[in-house]
Design a protein around this ligand. Structure first.
Ligand code: 5AD
Ligand code: SF4
Length: 471
């Protein structure tokens, strides 16, 4: 039993991070023969990609996937801690699984992901959800085959918790079952050292660790060989790439090298305005396959709140960076905004609206502040009522939607390249994304799926576009 510990999670040691190669023990290869697993994933792209690795490991252990919980022999929840509602969803799911387990005691149940790294969550699981077979954390994903085998061999074994608060090694060559045959996630940096005061990620994902550039490039070259059209380079804070590993190699350099693999489309997520270099702006401008799309979370338009959030930039410096990026022709810029941070006044919120009016974002994710266990912001006094926060969110969303629609309307009548991903939920239509990450539903032949095609935009909505294929 190894439970999480926030003191350890906060320490950023200068110890060297080891790079190891994933190896599946021969004894684990047949464990899943004739057995099915069900996986439920919550949270960000990082977590989605972890689930692709989990599926890869399970496939290597001979499991097949079940799309329903009822038919599964093994259920795994890959959880998220970012806001309270992600918690509630996962605990709600555990409640449903409890009933299944009562009917089928041989069912194996596991929980992993960011919630597993939370001290309070583990206490609750130990108290109320003892039917769970095992829990492992974000730093030891590669322990899954061993933990699962132990549970199948001894189903009566009591709840096993193996969560490490010290960041793990970097494991290369993890097996992977990707969701898409056309676009792929590629991790470039794990963890985060920024410690924004509202955010739990530095505690759940540990210290910043960059992958070696040669390992990243090898993965991208293999994706190119397999016919992939797009990669998204992933990290909680991609702009910090390389800082822990190299003295003169940063995200901009990595992007240039990835660009040389000739993968048609490259995205990167998520950027912190603090680390966004001039060189990076130039690299986006000068390389066709580095897409004109930047997700640049601002969080608030009030300098007072930005300071309390520990963001280390001001609205003035943010605007300066924003203007530089906007000078790239046809760029799309999106953001994240939190309303109702402790102590946010009406005036602070008005400043956020002002900033949105200035930036006219292509789209944005907006959230009501959610206090997270052990974070500095959760200890700040907060006198704003939930109703007032909901009203602010509503007002903000109205403004965001207005600018999204305006940016979409500008595209009507023009032709854009779209990577076709499959059949749309709209009958008889296909769907895909433009270089600027806009969702397009369009009429076209099945043969277009998996290809980059030219689409003329016919109609704009707030959240999507309708079009027709022209080539
Ligand atoms: N409450 C609300 N939103 C949060 N985010 C991160 N932490 C919190 C929190 N405690 C938002 C930020 C971040 C996005 C991924 O989630 O806007 O950019
Ligand atoms: Fe959620 Fe953050 Fe963990 Fe992603 S890294 S799953 S957003 S808590």
């Amino acid at each position: 039993m190894q439970v999480p510990n926030y003191e350890e999670a906060r320490i950023r040691s200068r110890q060297e991070v080891l790079v190891k190669s994933f190896n599946l023990d021969k004894d684990y290869e047949k464990i899943g023969l004739g057995k099915k697993f069900f996986i439920k994933t919550y949270g960000c792209q990082m977590n989605e990609h972890d689930s692709e690795n989990i599926k890869g490991m399970l496939k290597a252990m001979s499991f097949t996937e079940s799309l329903t919980m009822e038919k599964a022999d093994f259920i795994i929840l890959n959880t998220c801690s970012i806001r309270e509602n992600a918690h509630n969803k996962a605990f709600g799911m555990l409640g449903r699984i409890k009933h299944l387990k009562e009917k089928r005691p041989e069912l194996v149940v596991a929980l992993c992901g960011c919630m597993a790294q939370e001290v309070g969550v583990i206490e609750e699981i130990l108290k109320k959800y003892r039917f769970v077979n095992f829990v492992f954390g974000t730093n030891n994903l590669n322990d899954l085959p061993r933990l699962l085998t132990e549970s199948f061999k001894d189903i009566k074994k009591t709840l096993n918790i193996e969560v490490y608060s010290k960041e793990g090694d970097i494991i290369e060559d993890m097996p992977v079952v990707r969701e898409s045959k056309y676009k792929a996630y590629v991790n470039i940096i794990y963890g985060c050292d920024k410690f924004c005061t509202y955010c739990i990620v530095p505690y759940t994902r540990g210290g910043q660790r960059s992958r070696r550039k040669e390992d990243i490039l090898k993965e991208v070259r293999e994706l190119v060989k397999d016919g992939y059209q797009e990669v998204t380079l992933l990290g909680q804070n991609v702009n910090a790439y390389g800082k822990d590993l190299y003295t003169d190699y940063e995200l901009a350099d990595l992007l240039v090298d990835v660009s040389k693999t000739n993968i048609p489309r490259i995205r990167f997520l998520t950027s912190h305005p603090w680390d966004f270099t001039e060189k990076l702006v130039e690299v986006i401008k000068n390389h066709d396959n580095i897409l004109n799309f930047v997700h640049l979370p601002v969080q608030s338009g009030s300098n007072r709140i930005l300071k309390l959030m520990g963001r280390r930039y001001t609205k003035e410096s943010y605007k300066k960076l924003y203007d530089k990026l906007r000078s790239i022709p046809n760029i799309s810029i999106t953001t994240d905004i939190i309303v109702g941070f402790p102590g946010e006044t009406k005036e602070d919120f008005e400043e956020t609206l002002e900033l949105v009016n200035y930036c006219k974002y292509d789209s944005a994710f907006t959230f009501i502040y959610s206090p997270r266990e052990n974070t500095p912001a959760s200890k700040l006094p907060d006198n704003t009522s939930l109703e007032a926060k909901e009203e602010r969110l509503y007002q903000l969303n109205e403004l965001i939607n207005k600018y999204s629609k305006e940016s979409n309307l500008k595209m009507v009548g023009n032709v854009y390249e779209v990577l076709t991903e499959g059949y749309s939920t709209k009958e008889g239509m296909l769907f895909g994304y433009t270089e600027t990450n806009k969702l397009v539903n369009f009429k076209g032949p099945t043969a277009a799926i998996g290809k980059i095609v030219k689409v003329k935009i016919l109609e704009a909505k707030s959240f999507s576009l309708d079009g027709e294929i022209v080539e």
